[in-house]
Design a protein around this ligand. Structure first.
Ligand code: NAG
Ligand code: NAG
Ligand code: NAG
Length: 632
């Protein structure tokens, strides 16, 4: 379907509106339906009508949604709270316009031009983001944690003439200055005092954004690059609006809501699941500079936040953290996010007195989403619920298929087709694609190979096309959907499949373990991988008081024999990404060959017949290699 339908439609006429609505309906059918929390019950018509209205009014930017509040609906309502300071919608809007004028007049940023921005969470970061949006520029959200080759790669990829960066990331940027300047890329720093000194409040000329369509690339967010260099994930204007609008609807956000996030703003979660829905609802964003035990509860309590956003292991961190005087006296009604593990779920709810845990599963570079607004035990620990209506409506659109754990390929039957998983069988989640509507499927910027790698054809019949999620889910007899593992994390041992998440959940419940990270290691002479866990001991537990006998008894009790970790690697701290996701790559590579292990981690193992984990040394590796000891 071609873009000109929108551009060419006679604005304001009924025929024009109908044409646009029809176009958008086709276009966002996939995105919306698969993201629809109450799939089959809520009409996607609401979303199509909303988009149509914005297209007709030529106000398709997130900035425009913000502007509506600032100039019309609620100018004096708080928009942002940061470190004790509050900006109303109108006040913040004025700051945005001043930055926008600087970008247009002093920096010479063109409409339609991509601009890379880099910086930690701050009001100024938001000002820069929305100012670029306002003047019709595209935004490339660099991960502020990057430096060196990764950083240069991202800037080159988006072909920005500038990196506009917070002075607080100077140390990451300066080492790349020479290389960037060699590519004619200019570094421009900003700071609170600099933005405060700007005064030009000339309104933005509509010509800056009038040509932007619902299909235009609006921004790039990057994958974490834990395997290889980061990839740019394209957010179109339409996707930006749909994500914010539908998340606000799903959460039933009102202007009285205040959502706290300390997750990095360059990442899809803080961007699409906090910032954008809050703006759609006219709600208040409470921004934390970064995650810290010290500031988390005081900031949440003092700002009277009603919702907190979590990602990855944030909740585990809080649960392992020291008691804070504010941790139970706050206004939080809901924790909203992705990655709450079962061993953390109920203890988190109880300790911090948060009635609703609203866990979702989605990815910036993914298609489907699942939601679980959870109040109590029945749906605790899962990421969604698939009822009869869902199956009737979507059972052939989203499926789980059996995977070959070793090759990470889809298992094919005698006819060459994939095999659907039954009840409780983990499998990779696939979403059906309509070959005619491929441009609404998330893709990677200037990386067609990676975009195409996410697709797979001839799954259940010749000519069908599906999108690979890269994640393994499991659905039980009650329709509860569980996140099993990342594809590639599950490993095989003794011809059985071991889900690293399931083992980690068990280890996480052992009181002496604060943080577990489970992976499989190669051992000479064995098929598959032996289970290993890198662990951080709980506060106050030392290597001397670590009860390795109790742990061995416990894991043998709660896990099937093949899933019992045979190796333990006690470490002072696990490695996380900038969004608090655990890294397994280095651990898997180093394995249990102590020659390859650099730092001071302490290893234990569970030798055959032993009733406890015992220290693991080089001679044990030798004995495994010369097969005088066999693992069981
Ligand atoms: C990135 O973040 C990690 C963990 O938060 C930190 O240890 C590391 O120093 C950071 N790297 C850079 C380049 O900022
Ligand atoms: C393990 O996964 C393979 C696919 O890789 C599957 O064929 C097999 O049935 C699974 N084994 C068990 C015990 O679940
Ligand atoms: C295997 O290695 C262990 C540990 O180095 C050693 O004690 C043992 O004698 C070796 N056995 C054989 C058969 O080489």
């Amino acid at each position: 379907m071609a873009l000109p339908i929108i551009v060419g439609a006679a604005a304001g006429t009924a025929a024009g509106t109908a044409a646009i609505a029809a176009y958008l309906n086709a276009k966002f059918h996939i995105l919306h339906d698969l993201r629809n929390p109450r799939a089959g019950l809520a009409p996607s018509k609401e979303i199509v009508d909303y988009l149509t209205g914005r297209v007709m009014a030529k106000r398709v930017l997130l900035f425009h949604v913000l502007e509506d509040h600032a100039l019309h609906h609620r100018p004096d309502h708080p928009f942002l709270i940061f470190e004790g300071q509050t900006w109303t919608y109108r006040q913040f809007y004025d700051c945005i316009i001043q930055v926008a004028n600087w970008l247009m007049k002093d920096m010479g940023v063109d409409s339609g031009e991509m601009v890379a921005i880099d910086g930690g969470n701050s009001p100024e970061y938001y000002m820069l983001w929305f100012a670029l949006d306002a003047i019709g520029a595209k935004i490339s959200f660099l991960n502020w944690n990057l430096t060196g080759a990764g950083l240069v790669h991202c800037v080159k990829l988006c072909e920005s003439r500038f990196v506009i960066a917070d002075t607080d990331v100077r140390n990451n940027l300066e080492p790349c200055r020479e290389e960037l300047e060699g590519l004619s890329i200019q570094i421009q720093y900003y700071s609170p005092s600099f933005f405060a000194s700007l005064t030009d409040t000339t309104p933005i000329p509509p010509a800056r954004y009038e040509d932007i369509t619902i299909d235009s690339v609006r921004s790039l967010l990057y994958t974490s690059g834990t395997t290889g260099l980061p990839k740019g994930v394209i957010f179109t204007t339409g996707r930006e609006l749909v994500t914010g609008y539908s998340s606000a609807k799903y959460l039933q956000l009102t202007p009285n809501d205040r959502m706290y996030t300390c997750m990095p703003l360059y990442h899809g979660a803080a961007h699409g699941l906090c910032t954008s829905p809050c703006i759609h609802a006219g709600a208040t964003i409470v921004l934390g500079r970064r995650f810290s035990h010290k500031t988390f509860w005081p900031e949440v309590a003092r700002s009277r936040a009603t919702i907190i956003q979590y990602v990855g292991e944030l909740c585990r961190y809080l649960l392992n953290g020291p008691a804070n005087e504010h941790e139970r006296s706050h206004c939080v009604q809901m924790a909203w996010g992705n990655g709450m593990r079962p061993d953390v779920w109920e203890p988190f709810r109880e300790r911090f007195r948060i009635p609703v845990i609203n866990e979702l599963y989605a990815a910036t570079d993914g298609l489907g989403a699942t939601f679980n607004k959870n109040y109590g035990p029945f749906t605790a620990n899962c990421i969604g619920l698939r009822g009869l209506i869902w199956h009737w409506r979507y059972g052939n659109e989203e499926v789980r298929v059996k995977m070959d754990v070793d090759t990470e390929d889809i298992v094919r039957d005698g006819d060459g087709f994939a095999i659907r998983c039954g009840v409780d069988e983990p499998g990779q989640v696939l979403h059906r694609l309509d070959p005619k509507l491929l441009d609404s499927v998330p893709g990677y910027y200037k990386n067609e190979k990676a975009t195409l790698d996410r697709r797979i054809a001839d799954v259940f019949e010749k000519g069908d096309l599906w999108f690979k999620s890269g994640d393994m889910h499991r659905v039980d007899a009650d329709g509860r959907v569980f996140f099993a593992d990342r594809l590639g994390d599950t490993f095989r041992w003794k011809s059985e499949n071991v889900s690293t998440n399931e083992v980690a959940d068990a280890l996480g419940r052992f009181p002496q373990i604060a943080e577990p990270n489970v992976y499989g290691v190669l051992v000479p002479g064995y098929d598959g991988r032996a289970g290993a866990a890198s662990i951080v001991l709980a506060d106050g537990v030392t290597l001397e008081t670590f009860d390795t006998k109790a742990l061995a008894r416990y894991v043998r009790d709660v896990l099937p024999g093949y899933a019992v970790p045979l190796f333990l690697r006690v470490t002072p701290a696990l490695e996380y990404t900038g969004t608090l996701k655990m890294q397994k790559g280095r651990l898997k590579r180093e394995g249990v060959d102590l020659e390859k292990v650099g730092n001071g981690d302490v290893f234990f193992w569970l030798p055959p017949g032993s009733d406890r984990y015992v220290p693991y040394e080089r001679k044990d590796w030798e004995a495994l290699k010369n097969r005088s000891v066999r693992l069981t």
